[in-house]
Design a protein around this ligand. Structure first.
Ligand code: CTP
Length: 394
């Protein structure tokens, strides 16, 4: 059964962004109910939302169609999440003080499900100690927040107050809905390619997009882990709530990961680390003169192998393997050689698997068995991998 999310929209110029979010939640198969404050209807027409949800949008508390049903109580009874997006300073103040003077605030007070608030307002209204006190009060009452971002605000001021990006909102909605099976666990994930410079304009790299590693980082966060993401250069947005360490070279990745390793419960090396780097990086651009040039390449440290050497008892180490032939045999050898607990082996030559796409096909190899995972999104595969890893711990 699809999860039910009640979205409350309040009077903010960012109300229009809720329209896209609602449309995307519906595409993701959520059951979405919407309530709007009177001021929100000045920014967007409820009909616009109604056309997306195919359900009545509630504004007036006393506009109950069926006298037998008290809507503001009934609608939240079986809700999985109540999210106020965007939340104005005024509504936040009302919610923090238990006001129930319209459909949205009454339903919020009546709701016993997880609650989430994404503020959007002028920077000075946001920074005002009264607003901050109200936010703090709601946090103390277990309400989750998605922080606004800095930028040019509708009023012309520059500062923190813009509604969070949709990707961050979706991530926090997912977080709010996911059971916390990785609570108190430290997980380090490496992702993306590395780049090894040849001269100031050229470098050696590979086709890794980082999508699998970023999907793992997001899923681990949603499952409640304390996530550290060490990433080579990618075009992806940094997930909302991870400790992010951007690196460029394999050597930087090694020097970033090794000191962090001892405090991790689980380490997943999904990065496509370059095996070699240039002996010398030219200071000036190399001009073409001869028909060929020689590059002296030296072997980089194998980070996974080094992690395997210092692996603590109870620590779980997971590697990835990209192969074009003898997938299972090569992956099994990597499992043993690098002292890993699990290898996720990519079927690189199969359509729908591998580097750039949003899907993957893998075999997951442990010392006990091999499990096959057919075509699925990297997002759902991330949850499968994390579930297997947590089960290994028990
Ligand atoms: N890896 C690593 N450090 C490297 C190279 C690879 O930590 N210098 C890790 C990758 O993150 C991955 C695993 O090792 O988890 C397997 O990487 P892969 O490139 O498939 O294998 P290699 O060990 O490099 O062996 P080969 O290239 O010979 O297949």
């Amino acid at each position: 059964m699809s999860k039910k999310i009640v979205i409350g929209i309040t009077g903010s110029i960012a109300a229009f962004k809720a329209v896209q979010l609602i449309s995307d939640l519906i595409k993701k198969d959520f059951h979405v109910e919407v309530m709007m404050s009177e001021s929100a209807t000045k920014f967007i027409n409820p009909i616009c939302i109604q056309s997306l949800t195919k359900r009545k949008v509630y504004v007036d508390t006393f506009d109950d169609e069926n006298p037998a049903i008290i809507t503001h109580i009934d609608i939240v009874k079986d809700a999985d999440l109540f999210a106020v997006i965007p939340a104005s300073a005024h509504t936040i103040a009302k919610l923090a003080n238990g006001f129930a003077d319209n459909m949205l605030t009454s339903a919020f007070l009546a709701a016993t499900c997880t609650k989430l608030i994404a503020p959007a307002m002028n920077v000075h209204m946001y920074k005002n100690s009264l607003t901050q006190r109200n936010i703090q009060l709601l946090k103390e009452h277990h309400v989750l927040f998605v922080e606004p971002i800095s930028g040019l605000l509708a009023c012309g001021d520059i500062g923190k107050g813009k509604l969070a990006d949709e990707e961050d909102l979706l991530e926090m909605i997912q977080y709010a809905l996911t059971p916390k099976i990785l609570k108190n666990k430290n997980i380090l994930i490496s992702a993306g390619p590395t780049q090894e410079s040849i001269d100031p304009v050229r470098y050696i790299t590979n086709h890794s997009s980082g999508k699998m590693g970023y999907a793992l980082a997001k899923a681990a966060f949603c499952l409640g882990a304390n996530v550290t993401l060490v990433s080579g250069p990618t075009h992806l947005k940094v997930p909302y709530s991870v400790h992010f360490h951007p690196i460029t070279t394999a050597s930087q990745m090694y020097h970033t990961i090794m000191p962090l390793a001892p405090t991790q419960d689980i380490i997943i090396m999904s990065a496509a680390v370059a095996d070699y780097s240039c002996e010398e990086i030219a200071d000036e651009k190399i001009k073409k003169s001869e028909n060929y040039i020689h590059l002296q390449l030296n072997k980089n440290k194998d980070i996974l192998f080094e992690l395997g050497k210092i692996k603590k008892e109870n620590q779980i180490l997971c590697g990835f393997a990209m192969e074009t032939n003898n997938l299972i045999q090569n992956a099994f050898e990597k499992l043993k050689k690098k002292n890993c607990d699990m290898i996720v082996a990519n079927h690189l030559k199969t359509q729908g698997a591998g580097f750039q796409g949003d899907t993957n096909i893998v075999s997951i190899i442990t010392h006990k068995d091999i499990k096959e995972y057919g075509l699925q999104s990297k997002e759902s595969l991330a949850y499968e991998i994390l579930n297997l890893l947590i089960n290994m711990e028990e």
